[in-house]
Design a protein around this ligand. Structure first.
Ligand SMILES: Cc1cc2nc3c(=O)[nH]c(=O)nc-3n(C[C@H](O)[C@H](O)[C@H](O)COP(=O)(O)O)c2cc1C
Length: 214
C-alpha cells in the first residue's frame, strides 16, 4: 500500500495525464461491520462505473488529531512560512486532487461524528483546498461532485434545524469548491416499529442508482 505522500504524488501525476478518474471515499462508519451507513456506501461503490479508481481514507485508522496546543502551533508555523508541501498536508492535497468525493458517516448528536470534523479541520488548508481572495473564499478542490451517504436513528424533514450534518456539508461544498453535493440518507432506522433492513435496502438502491449516473 502506498504512503499518503506517494499516493498523492501518483494522483498529481495522474491529474496531469488526465487519464484516470479518481474517487476519494472518506469512511467515517465508526461501527465498522455493524454500520448501516457503510452498507449504503458499499452499495454506492459497487455500482460506481469501473472507470473510477477508488481510494479509501478510513478515518478510524488515521492518526487524526484536533488542532490544539503544539499540534496547532506547528501547523501555523508551516503555513506562515509557506511550507504547504509538508507531508502534514498530504491528505489535503489528496482531497483537492479527487474528481469525486464520497463521504459516509452516521448521524450522531444532530450532526456527524467528531472524527469527520477533525478530518475536515486538518484538510482545510489555505492554498490547497481553498484560497482567500478579494472577492471572498474560493474553493480549490477539483471534484465536480461530492456524495454524502448517511443513516439516521430518527427522521428529519428537509430543513429541520435538528439536522446539522447536511447543512454543514453544504457549506463545506462551497468552501472547498465541490461542484455539487448529493445526499442519500436512510431515516428513522431506530424508531419504534421501523423495518430498518428495508429502509437500508431502499437507501442502498438509491445510492446505487446515483452511482450508476457518474
Ligand atoms: C453516539 C451516537 C449518537 C447518535 N445520535 C443520534 C441523533 O442525534 N439523532 C438520531 O436521530 N440518531 C442518533 N443516533 C442513531 C444513529 O444515527 C443511527 O443508529 C445510525 O443508523 C447509525 O449508523 P451506523 O449503523 O452506520 O453506525 C446516534 C447513534 C450513536 C451511536
Amino acid at each position: 500500500m502506498e504512503s499518503a505522500k506517494e499516493e498523492s504524488r501518483l494522483w498529481r501525476r495522474a491529474g496531469t495525464e488526465g487519464a484516470v478518474k479518481r474517487a476519494l471515499y472518506i469512511d467515517c462508519c465508526i461501527r465498522g461491520k455493524q454500520s448501516r451507513t457503510r452498507k449504503v456506501a458499499e452499495a454506492f461503490l459497487a455500482a460506481l462505473p469501473k472507470t473510477w479508481k477508488v481510494t479509501t481514507v478510513n478515518l478510524m485508522r488515521e492518526d487524526l488529531r484536533p488542532l490544539s496546543g503544539e499540534f496547532f502551533a506547528g501547523r501555523e508555523e508551516l503555513l506562515q512560512t509557506g511550507k504547504i508541501d509538508d507531508v502534514r498536508f498530504d491528505r489535503a492535497r489528496q482531497l483537492a486532487a479527487a474528481d469525486l468525493v464520497v463521504i459516509a458517516a452516521p448521524f450522531w448528536d444532530m450532526s456527524f461524528p467528531a472524527l469527520l470534523k477533525i478530518y475536515i479541520e486538518n484538510v482545510s488548508v489555505e492554498g490547497i483546498t481553498f484560497r482567500g481572495t478579494e472577492e471572498g473564499l474560493r474553493g480549490l478542490c477539483r471534484a465536480e461532485r461530492c456524495v454524502f451517504l448517511t443513516t439516521r436513528g430518527a427522521a428529519y424533514a428537509p430543513g429541520d434545524p435538528m439536522e446539522q450534518a447536511l447543512p454543514y456539508l453544504r457549506a463545506i461544498q462551497k468552501f472547498f469548491g465541490f461542484g455539487a453535493l448529493d445526499c442519500v440518507a436512510a431515516d428513522g432506522l431506530d424508531l419504534d416499529g421501523a423495518d430498518a433492513d428495508a429502509l437500508v435496502a431502499e437507501a442502498c438502491a438509491r445510492a446505487a442508482a446515483l452511482a450508476e449516473t457518474l
